[in-house]
Each structure stands twice: as C-alpha cells, then as structure tokens.
Design a protein around this ligand. Structure first.
Ligand SMILES: Cc1cc2nc3c(=O)[nH]c(=O)nc-3n(C[C@H](O)[C@H](O)[C@H](O)COP(=O)(O)OP(=O)(O)OC[C@H]3O[C@@H](n4cnc5c(N)ncnc54)[C@H](O)[C@@H]3O)c2cc1C
Length: 376
C-alpha cells in the first residue's frame, strides 16, 4: 500500500458513498446503471485506473486497480455495479494493447472518458467454456468483414455503443479467431434480448445477433487470427478481478453482519454474545483474509512479470469459496431480514452465484491449473 493508493481508495470510497450507494437499489430495480455514472467515474479519475495514459487511462497497474476495487466494495458497491461500470476492463485491454491508433482514439479513449460504453462478446448460445469453439463468422470482402452469428450473456451489451467481438476468420480451433470492434448502429447488428438474472440486477446482460453485418477491416484488433491469444492474455487480469469481487463482497457482508450481530438481540442478549456466533464471524474473517492476501500476492507477481496463469485460477477459486460461505452465513445471521429484497447481504448472496461460472467455470479453471501444474 502506498500513499497514492490510499488516496485512490479514499476517492473511490467517497465516490461510492456519494454517487452509488444512495441510488443502487433503484438501478437494481431498473436493471441498468445510468450512463452518467461512467462520466462521473471518469471525472473522478477512477474509470481508467491501470490503463496507460497514452490510451486515455489514468496509468497505474493491476495493484492500483485491486486497491481501488477493494475500496468500492468496502463502501457498499455491489459486484453487479462493478461489472457494469467497469466493463471496459474486459472490453478495452485488447484495443489498448494491440489496436491501431484510430481504434484507440475512437473506442479506448472515449470509453475511458465515460463517453462511450464497450462490451466484450465471446460467449455464444452454443457454449462459453470452450472459447476455441466459437462459430460466429467474419468473412473478408474487400475492405470489410461480413459478420454472421450470435452472442449471449454479454455484460453491458444492452447499453454498449461498441462490442469487441470474437469472430472466426480462419479455420477451426483457437488459431482461427480474431477480434473485431462492431458498433451498435451497424445494420444487421441487433440486441435481441435483455436477460433476466438471479443476481447482478443492475448490470444489463444481452443476447446479440449479427446478420450480414458489414464491419470495416480497420476495426480488426491486432493481427487476423490472433484473437484467442489476445483473449487468453487478458484472462489473468479478469480472474484476479473476479477474485476481488468475491472477497470484496464477502468482506462487506462480514462487516454488515458483525454490526448486525452487535445490535440484534435474541433471548435477552445481543447475538454476538453467543460464542457460536463469534466463531462464525471469525471463520468468515479467516476466509476473507486468506482470499485477500493470496489474491493480492498473485496480482503482485503478475505485475512483476511472472507467469501466474495457474495461480490466478487458484486465487479466483479461493475467493469464490470464501464468498460462497461468507455471503451464505451473512444471510443466516441476519435471519428473516437477510432473506428480504433490499437487504444488502441478500444482494451479495445472489451476486456471488455468478462468480464460479463467469470468467471461466470452476471445473474448467481447475482443469487448466491441473495441466499447468503437471497433474495431467
Ligand atoms: C451474468 C453473466 C455475465 C457474463 N458476461 C459475459 C461477457 O461480458 N462476455 C462474454 O463473452 N461472456 C460473458 N458471460 C458468459 C460466461 O463467461 C459463461 O457463462 C461461462 O464461460 C460459462 O459458459 P456457459 O454458460 O456457456 O456454460 P457451458 O460452457 O455450457 O458449461 C456449463 C457448465 O458445465 C461445467 N463444465 C463446462 N466445461 C466443463 C469441463 N470441461 N469439465 C467439467 N465441467 C465443465 C461448468 O460447471 C459450467 O458452468 C457472462 C455470463 C453471465 C451469466
């Protein structure tokens, strides 16, 4: 922790208290976060943390982003809010790293300024875990690609002005995939449906279709057929980010629960006066501490240039297990109140359920770790 990171955290906490917490339940009910929030976050210097200044970001690295996200959760942001507000974290890195100056100007810079919203579309109705199996095609015709196919479960896809889309430009398997930026207004590109979900209610999730969508060849990100490598390169950061979501909502649920247990009385004494309750709180704290410490360490090793693909899988799983247990116990100790819509721990409990699925399902990541660690 540096003085600069502490200042960043204070800015983030203040932003959440002022701009997020009072309105979050309304956004949950509406199923969407307002575009103005992106502008406000950009103005506070929060939207572009960890993106280089040359592409319109605030600079800094993954550890700055982790510190900032922790502060968001501490102050009461939800996992869904973070997914919606920071979708640029998954939609933009490929453009920032491999995109032409024109793509950087039109998409990275504008999204990091909060003026545009971008999504990342990899998953298809036929399956999400097997990224190498995608079927959406992009056929080259002169200076254009003609895109046909469908994507689903796309975060911020209802609101997005552009979508960084994984398409098949070559043969079968991972070596035939490219990334194309497709703009919302392009003829043949349709948002078919806004999907209703168990949690992440304020984060809009879309089903998209592409019928003979003509995309300028200049919207190709990096080299043709380099899409899988570009997607895979970002997985470590995405998985560490989801680990922060997991222990972030767990830590917040623990704080809320400890407070509740100090004030709620049963059988003539506060809940916290029962040894079994105190032990539950300590076990929740233990799991949060372990997940946070390990995830931060993996993030630091990534920043130092180490290959931590396997460790990022372990960090995500450790944090997901922590959230699963802690958010459940938080509801339990809140009793009937914990089961009510509008109670914060109830929201975290529902939001936690996506974390072992999104960004690589538990089984898939465990298998990846097994291979990387030589347990094949
Ligand atoms: C709210 C939400 C937001 C999302 N946002 C995005 C987004 O912005 N962009 C995007 O591209 N995608 C997004 N996704 C998709 C997400 O990444 C996929 O849901 C995930 O990768 C799993 O794919 P799937 O749902 O098709 O499940 P499948 O691939 O069909 O797998 C189903 C289940 O089978 C099990 N499984 C799968 N493979 C194996 C295996 N080899 N061995 C053992 N078990 C296995 C796992 O339990 C898995 O959950 C989002 C999903 C949700 C729900």
């Amino acid at each position: 922790m540096t003085a600069e990171r502490e200042a960043l955290q204070e800015t983030a906490r203040e932003f959440v208290r002022r701009e997020v917490a009072p309105y979050l339940q309304d956004w949950e009910d509406d199923g969407s976060v307002p575009r103005e929030l992106h502008l406000a976050a950009a103005k506070q210097g929060l939207l572009g943390v960890s993106f280089p200044e040359e592409v319109g970001g605030q600079g800094g690295d993954l550890l700055d982003s982790v510190a900032m996200q922790e502060a968001f959760f501490e102050a009461g942001a939800s996992s869904g809010l973070m997914a919606a507000l920071f979708t640029g974290g998954i939609a933009l890195p490929h453009i920032a790293t491999n995109g032409s100056p024109d793509l950087v100007d039109r998409f990275a810079r504008t999204a990091l300024a909060g003026e545009k919203i971008g999504s990342l579309a990899v998953t298809e109705p036929g399956g999400g875990s097997d990224v190498a199996g995608i079927r959406t095609t992009a056929r080259r015709e002169g200076d254009e690609y003609v895109v046909n196919g469908a994507k689903t479960f796309i975060t911020s896809g209802v609101r997005a002005d552009f979508v960084t889309t994984a398409v098949r430009t070559g043969g079968p398997g991972h070596s035939g995939i490219s990334l194309l930026v497709i703009e919302k207004e392009t003829p043949g590109f349709t948002v078919d449906r806004a999907l209703d979900k168990m949690g992440w209610h304020c984060s809009d999730t879309a089903e998209l279709s592409f019928v003979d969508v003509r995309v300028p060849a200049g919207n190709l990100v990096g080299e043709e057929n380099s899409g899988f490598v570009q997607i895979a390169e970002q997985f470590v950061v995405e998985r560490i980010g989801l680990a922060v979501h997991a222990y972030g909502i767990a830590a917040r649920s623990l704080d809320l629960t400890a407070d509740y247990c100090r004030h709620r009385e049963t059988f003539g004494k506060p809940l916290i006066a029962n040894q079994v309750v105190r032990h539950k709180l300590v076990e929740m704290r233990r799991q949060v501490e372990v997940a946070r410490t390990y995830t931060r360490a993996v993030a630091a090793r990534h920043v130092a240039g180490e290959n931590v693909i396997a460790e990022a899988c372990l960090a995500k799983q450790t944090a997901v297990d922590c959230a699963t247990h802690v958010c459940d116990q938080a509801v339990q100790l809140h009793g009937g109140t914990g089961y009510l819509h509008g109670t914060e721990v109830e929201r975290h409990y529902r939001d936690a359920r996506i974390l072992p699925i999104g960004g690589g399902a538990t089984e898939v990541l465990t298998d990846l770790a097994a291979r990387l660690m030589g347990y094949a």
